[in-house]
Design a protein around this ligand. Sequence first.
Ligand code: CP
Ligand code: NVA
Length: 338
Amino acid sequence: MSTRTVDIRPQDAAAIEAGFEPGRDFTGICDFSPAELQFVLELAARVKASPSGFSQALAGKQVVLFFEKPSLRTRITFEAGVASLGGTSLFIDQTHAPLGTREKLSDIAHNLERWVHALVLRTFEHATVSTMAEHASIPVINGLSDREHPCQALADYLTLQERFGDLSRIKLAYVGDGNNVANSLMLAAASLGSAINIATPQGYEPDSEILFQARELASRTGASINLFNNPAKAVVGCDAVYTDVWASMGQEDEVEERSDLFAPYQVNARLMAKAAPGAVFMHCLPAHRGDEVTDEVIDSQQSVVFDQAENRLHVQKAVLLLLLGGDMRRFPPRSARG
Ligand code: CP
Ligand code: NVA
């Protein structure tokens, strides 16, 4: 069974393996071409199969994490990932005030580029991530903004590739809020040539500019993107059903008004039964059990939520290797993949 959805020409693969030019960023899925995105998944599988082969890849490199919002998975997988590549990370709790409050973002960027080798940002405003990327000469990685959660989508598609193989033959249904996670999943599906159905209440669709971008990408990769308001229709025949919280971090004051509106979008056993036989349940976590998903579904055999969480580690290591690790040909070859 093929595990490749986008054909990477041998010369493209060689160019990617030779290393990205300095200062490339990962602020959103579209910072990588379809071939590069496919290569990240391939490299993540290599890293996952032979972690020891990469244990010195970032020796002598420092990565700083600035987080304006709480985190379990993103913080720990980046910190553990950097350490397991031989590098060092510094975590800056930025929950007391957004970055850019004390001094200009461009000034912060020009300080950091003199000291460290990469930045990981978790922000409220996506503009903080893009402004830092614009000014810093070192790689900037988006660890979640209000627009995208690209590392999450990479981990999710690695999980789907492990389960189902060829991503061009599977269909994912995302049910709930058209938020940062939905935006990145939609772009990743578009880039990887996969099919995605997205069911949201009216007015809560994914970002229209991102939808436009995703449809344009899809027209080149053969992906399909369909929007629904009816969750039951969206999940029919799908191989995976994905949901996320109804109110994201920063939207706490909307929790009450959203809970009635989103109630019909709960992923429960009745909804899962409409998906394809063998369909998996996905969630980026943290989950609000009893709201967007029932215990019965998230704790079922169909649930792959901890595979997704594990794969955050491997895909982020692959992203770090490509952005600041240099020549990948020094590391274990594809044949080392388990
Ligand atoms: N899925 C995810 O990003 O989790 P954290 O908010 O715990 O980092
Ligand atoms: N959409 C959620 C994802 C959390 C990982 C949020 O932004 O809070």
